[in-house]
Design a protein around this ligand. Structure first.
Ligand code: ADE
Length: 237
């Protein structure tokens, strides 16, 4: 069984899927962290792979950027491929001096003024939550692995670029009361809630609005590796 966006057959995906935004990152994760890897989707280059981690089946598939994109892919994984858990592994910009570049974050909530949830299933709330079940595992695993993962309120934005008249990042931060910004978690959490599945989100801070720092290219892999380890250990727990 395929969908317009996914050529995988039923049974091709593991119960737990890690979801980076970038297809090449999905490929990197599959090639460097999983064993016995099979590529299960290439439609629109939104690459998906299934392999094993420490002997347990795990999949990794790209979400693309933004809520419409992760909305499609996560819906299909949950509804048509019997996936039970999706762990988003992404990057975020920091709105606070408490989150610095390279920090690893676990989402405690996702705020958005997107109409995604309203027009998907009539949800009017502007803050949605990850699955307590996976978040608790992730928090415990971070402790066990000595990873200083920080819980944060995530802003899922529809805008990467805004006009100066909108008041800049401080005005946005004031309006949403969040610690960092990305563009996908709210839609993912909504789909998980709607379909009775589990989702969480782990992020590496890639840029800071406070300090104007950006993650140096040579440090990207290291920070990413820490988040990956946390995501994989959470996936098989
Ligand atoms: N992901 C990483 N950095 C981001 C930013 N500054 N805005 C939105 N999404 C991001």
């Amino acid at each position: 069984m395929a969908t317009p966006h996914n050529e995988a057959k039923k049974g091709d995906f593991a119960k737990t899927v890690l979801m980076p935004g970038d297809p090449l990152r999905a490929k990197f994760v599959a090639e460097n962290f999983l064993e016995d890897v099979k590529c299960v989707n290439t439609v629109r280059n939104c690459l998906g792979f299934t392999g094993t981690y420490k002997g347990v089946p795990v999949s990794v598939m790209a979400s693309g950027m933004g809520m419409p994109s992760i909305g499609i892919y996560s819906y299909e994984l949950f509804a048509f491929y019997d996936v039970e858990n999706i762990i988003r592994i992404g990057s975020a910009g920091s709105y606070t001096d408490k989150l610095n570049v390279l920090d690893v974050v676990i989402a405690e909530s996702a705020f958005s003024n997107s109409t995604f949830a309203k027009y998907t299933n009539g949800v009017e709330e502007t803050t949605l939550y990850p699955s307590k079940k996976i978040n608790d595992v992730a928090i415990a695993k971070a402790k066990e692995l000595g990873i200083d993962a920080k819980l944060a309120k995530v802003h899922s934005s529809d805008q990467f670029y805004t006009a100066p008249e909108m008041g800049g990042w401080k005005a946005v931060k004031e309006r949403c009361g969040c610690d960092c910004v990305e563009m996908e978690s709210f839609a993912l959490f909504n789909n998980a809630n709607m379909l009775g599945k589990n989702a969480t989100c782990m992020l590496t801070i890639s840029d800071s609005f406070v300090t104007s720092e950006e993650i140096p290219a040579e440090d990207r892999q290291k920070s990413f590796t820490e988040m990956m380890k946390l995501a994989l250990e959470t996936a098989i727990a």
